[in-house]
Design a protein around this ligand. Structure first.
Ligand code: PRX
Length: 686
């Protein structure tokens, strides 16, 4: 077996020649970079952190495409593997015409990601290094865990899980806010080979029960309540009702391990079901702080994460162990130019993929120190940056826009000198937000990594490498090593050069999801059938004359609200479940802060008049069924919806009405009743 320095993932070297100091060229597109302003990779710092520019990138990229097996196995060798992989390194079928879709990486190898994040770092002398800093709701509510302490806490929970009968391959649902117990629970599951499925704690009990019914967990891990601002949210009540609902559907969960979150709610106030509910604090600390790892196959499942699609119920995206481990660690290292001295803060929640790959796994695999905060207000964010001397700050455009609205003062009165890399994810970052992020937050001296990727891709796919080439505000620039994005036209033909079309990926990569849990057919149909021979991302994309990629948003019925992916059909079914709603059609509209907002057209049951009360209760229905983050911004009463003669709702027209582009309605003559459109416009309160 191989053990190497855990501090860094290193790249296979592109060439032995000594590199000249790379100067970042100035002015391409709208961003002006000069070498004096952008911190470059320094000769004396570790790993890739030598002068690194477009030429180096191209060389390494070419190697990664020509020889993926050699490239990735060289990187993978730096992790600990109990057994090494087969000679083949990877195998794939990405073409539905040739049979079932299958991606496999490091097949035959056995490893454990919890071992690689914790034990491996500790053995290399990093046990005393802080792994996670934690910031609670209140500024003085904070904490930290070293790698050694984190390992001990993970082991205690892993031992407890084994004690209650959780075995390799069993599912565990984690419904927790951003408490330390969340990454601990993820790593404990991974340690014993159990498959975690984290459900974002903003989801409603309906959504939670849907996920429980789908993956039938051995237990649910939650907490009694959490404070968001001044409000306490009773998570345990939500779990109780989800478990009741699941039981009605034949899925019973015998155990609910509950963290007592004292700052939000007292034990005595928590509703309790004897025999099923157990306080974490009463049992877990009594278990030993050492726990042998379960060695798992590289292709054994690591986690399930449910995400929204354009049709039907949420999809259980399944990621496996080996490829995901190698991919998240490597992308983290290079896209953020991570060095051991960095303090890294990602503002995401572990309930989403960003928190999985770039809070729990990628950074800790690199031995990084992570800051995990809770709901900062607009000044709090920079307080935290200064308090921990954060050097890498990874966030979402929606947060950037909302902070930008509050004015520069909140930012500029803080020092922020520690920051050297800024990064963004979740949705296209509009150039004005990009510039504010760059100029105000980064004082025009920090490169921005605009990282494009998805729950399905496991790790980032198209991203700048900080300072390595000129940036253009709003462009995610170039593919990461080993990633082959292509733009195809409607017929699925690859188009070259400057063009716009659908973004697809041509070959497998280690971090790719392997299936949708329990529904391989849906996996193939959704992602691999639209354009045979490719993985279809669901995103539109253009490429400019310099080869830069520009992501333009979803081309399917998925809306991206504050970086949260929501299927229009999910919102529609939540609306029509309201007893007075007959029909609903939901479209996305541009939203200044959230990127996209939700605009719902609703037809009420015959004879029911539209009123403020109905509007409110329709919104409540969505909050209850999905979660507050999916609440429509606008309810537009539609006595009838524009439909074709075959009864299909013309969403194109609804999108135009919702975005007030009334002179762009296009041809309405194919509608069964064109007068419906005028009626809708008359009822709009623009
Ligand atoms: O439309 C793209 C958008 O977010 C979608 C993926 O959402 P999700 O699976 O929830 O993962 C979000 C975090 C990785 C994509 O299909 N998206 C994500 N990042 C970007 C983006 N769009 C443009 N630019 C980005 N940097």
């Amino acid at each position: 077996a191989l053990v190497s320095s855990p501090e860094q993932v290193r790249f296979p070297s592109p060439s032995k020649k000594k590199k000249k100091n790379h100067l970042v060229p100035s002015l391409i597109g709208n961003a002006r970079f000069t070498s004096s302003k952008i911190p470059l990779f320094k000769e004396d710092s570790v790993s890739m952190s030598r002068p690194f520019g477009l030429k180096d990138y191209r060389k390494i990229y070419e190697r990664s495409i020509e020889d993926p097996a050699g490239f990735w196995s060289e990187i993978a060798s730096q992790f600990y593997w109990k057994e090494k992989w087969d000679l083949e390194v990877y195998s794939e079928n990405i073409d539905v015409r040739k049979g079932s879709i299958k991606f496999e990486w490091f097949k035959g190898a056995s490893t454990n990601i919890s071992y690689n994040t914790l034990d491996r770092n500790i053995e290399a002398g990093n046990g005393g290094k802080v792994a996670i800093y934690w910031e609670g709701n209140e500024p003085d509510d904070d904490g930290q865990l070293t790698y050694l302490e984190l390992l001990e806490r993970v082991c205690q929970l892993a031992n407890y899980l084994k004690h209650v009968g959780v075995r390799k391959g069993d599912a565990v649902i984690i419904y927790l806010p951003m408490l330390m117990e969340l990454p601990i629970a993820m790593l404990a599951c991974a340690r014993i080979g159990a498959v975690h499925s984290v459900v974002f704690a903003g989801f409603s009990s309906e959504s939670l029960s849907q996920r429980i019914i789908d993956c039938k967990p051995k237990l649910v891990i939650t907490c009694n309540a959490v404070k968001r601002g001044s409000k306490a949210i009773h998570l345990k009540d939500i779990v109780d009702s989800a478990l009741r609902e699941s039981a009605k559907n034949g899925v019973t969960v015998d155990l609910c391990l509950t963290v007592e979150n004292k700052s939000a709610m007292k034990r005595g106030d928590t509703k309790w079901k004897e025999g099923r509910d157990i306080w974490w604090q009463d049992v877990v600390p009594h278990f030993p702080t050492k726990c042998d790892v379960e060695w798992v196959d590289a292709e054994d499942p690591l986690f399930l994460l449910y995400t929204s699609g354009s049709t039907g119920k949420p999809k259980g995206v399944l990621h496996t162990t080996g490829g995901y481990m190698v991919y998240t660690a490597t992308t983290f290292k290079y896209a953020f130019d991570y060095k051991p001295s960095d303090i890294y803060w990602c503002t995401a929640d572990c309930g989403w993929i960003t928190g999985h790959s770039y809070i729990t796994y990628g950074p800790l695999l690199n031995g990084a120190t992570v800051v995990a905060p809770n709901y900062p207000d607009c000044g709090r964010c920079w307080d935290i940056v200064d308090k921990y001397k954060v050097t890498i700050f990874y966030t979402a455009p929606t947060l950037v826009r909302s902070l930008m609205r509050e004015g520069d003062e909140y930012v500029t009165r803080h020092d922020r000198k520690s920051i050297r890399v800024l990064a963004s994810v979740g949705e296209p970052i509009n150039p004005s937000a990009w510039r504010w992020f760059y100029n105000v937050v980064g004082n025009s001296r920090c490169p921005i990594s605009d990282t494009w990727w998805q729950t399905e891709t496991g790790g980032l796919m198209i991203t700048p490498l900080p300072g390595a080439w000129p940036q253009k505000p709003g462009s995610a620039t170039f593919p990461f090593f080993g990633v082959q994005p292509v733009i195809v036209d409607e017929k699925g033909n690859e188009i070259e050069g400057e063009c716009s079309g659908y973004l697809c990926i041509k070959k497998s990569w280690p971090g790719a999801f392997r299936t949708l849990y329990g529904d391989h057919e849906r996996y193939q149909t959704t992602y691999f059938k639209p354009f045979a021979g490719y993985y279809f991302t669901g995103d539109g994309c253009s490429r400019d004359k310099d080869g830069y990629f520009w992501l333009t948003g979803r081309v399917d019925d998925v809306i991206n609200v504050s970086g949260h992916r929501i299927g229009t059909v999910e919102v529609e079914s939540a609306l029509v479940s309201h007893p007075q709603c007959a029909e609903a059609a939901v479209v996305g509209i541009e939203h200044e802060i959230k990127g996209q907002g939700i605009y719902a057209f609703v037809t009420l049951v015959e004879g029911v008049p539209f009123s403020e009360e109905i509007r409110k209760s329709l919104i409540l229905s969505v909050r209850n069924q999905i979660g507050a983050f999916a609440a429509p911004d606008k309810i537009h009463w539609a006595p009838a919806l524009p439909k074709t003669r075959s009864g299909k709702i013309m969403r194109r027209i609804l999108r135009k009405i919702a975005s007030r582009q009334l002179d762009e309605l296009g041809d309405t003559s194919t509608l069964a009743d064109p007068s419906v459109v005028d009626q809708l416009i008359a009822l709009a309160d623009f």
